[in-house]
Design a protein around this ligand. Structure first.
Ligand SMILES: [Zn+2]
Ligand SMILES: [Zn+2]
Length: 241
């Protein structure tokens, strides 16, 4: 009854096209949902990059052959193009948190299909530096991680990892600069180390760009003796290799 009344009083508008959405706690209308493209396998078994079907490299992309990655598997649900770009921007920078309901709902099939987080003991988000969090008020990655943990029926914590250095945004940096920018900028809180020892982890974030941010988090977690680490991001803008 309560949601029905809220729906009548505050019908939500689609954040992509302005049309009415199905419910007050949804931010994307049915038509726009259909326009969001999900990524299709085959994926690199390690970093989740889309690889060609006739790849002869053991399902591992050329990048993963040379780079040191600390996570065990990463996957992203949507292609980072079209309306998803704007929607992630609205979610992340304008605190349109209702979008986390749409994103999680749209990603649920993909998560199940690829058994993401099936073995996870705990779901973690990517922490923000306290100064950045003060400015933005909400860590969108954490809102998303909570929702993903819920559908996986798994524990969630925002307190395991911490950002120790306030780094520049990765978006305008070159590949090399990105690696340097986030190097050793995450660590595991001392009083949380026992919570992750030998535990399998699912790290959740909105976007996979170079993978350096999640890799640095994974490095800190492995250093604290975590178990297997998977990474789930909403979107990735890779090209077929
Ligand atoms: Zn729409
Ligand atoms: Zn790879």
């Amino acid at each position: 009854m309560f949601p029905l009344i809220i729906n009548l009083l505050y019908p939500a508008q689609c954040l992509a096209c302005g049309e009415k959405t199905a419910s007050w706690d949804r931010g994307i209308c049915g038509n726009c949902q259909k326009k969001i493209k999900k990524r299709l396998p085959p994926f690199c078994a390690k970093c989740g990059r889309q690889i060609s079907t006739n790849s002869k490299t053991n399902n591992i992309c050329a990048y993963c052959m040379i780079e040191k990655l600390y996570f065990d598997r990463a996957l992203s649900v949507f292609h980072y193009d079209g309306i998803i770009k704007n929607l992630i921007h609205e979610f992340k920078y304008k605190n349109r948190l209702s979008l986390s309901n749409d994103f999680t709902e749209l990603a649920a099939g993909f998560i199940k299909e690829h058994a993401i987080g099936k073995e996870a003991d705990i779901v973690l988000s990517i922490p923000m530096h306290p100064l950045k969090l003060f400015k933005r008020e909400i860590n969108a990655s954490d809102v998303l991680a909570r929702k993903i943990a819920k559908i996986l029926n798994c524990r969630h914590s925002a307190k395991v990892l911490k950002k120790t250095r306030n780094t520049a945004s990765q978006s305008r940096l070159s590949r090399r600069e990105r690696i340097e920018n986030v190097k050793q900028s995450f660590s595991v809180n001392n009083n949380k180390k026992s919570e992750i020892k030998n535990k399998n982890i699912l790290l959740v974030d909105d976007l996979f760009t170079s993978g350096n941010t999640v890799n640095e988090c994974a490095k800190a977690l492995k250093k604290a003796s975590s178990g297997h680490i998977e990474v789930l991001t909403l979107a990735r803008g890779d090209r077929l290799t």
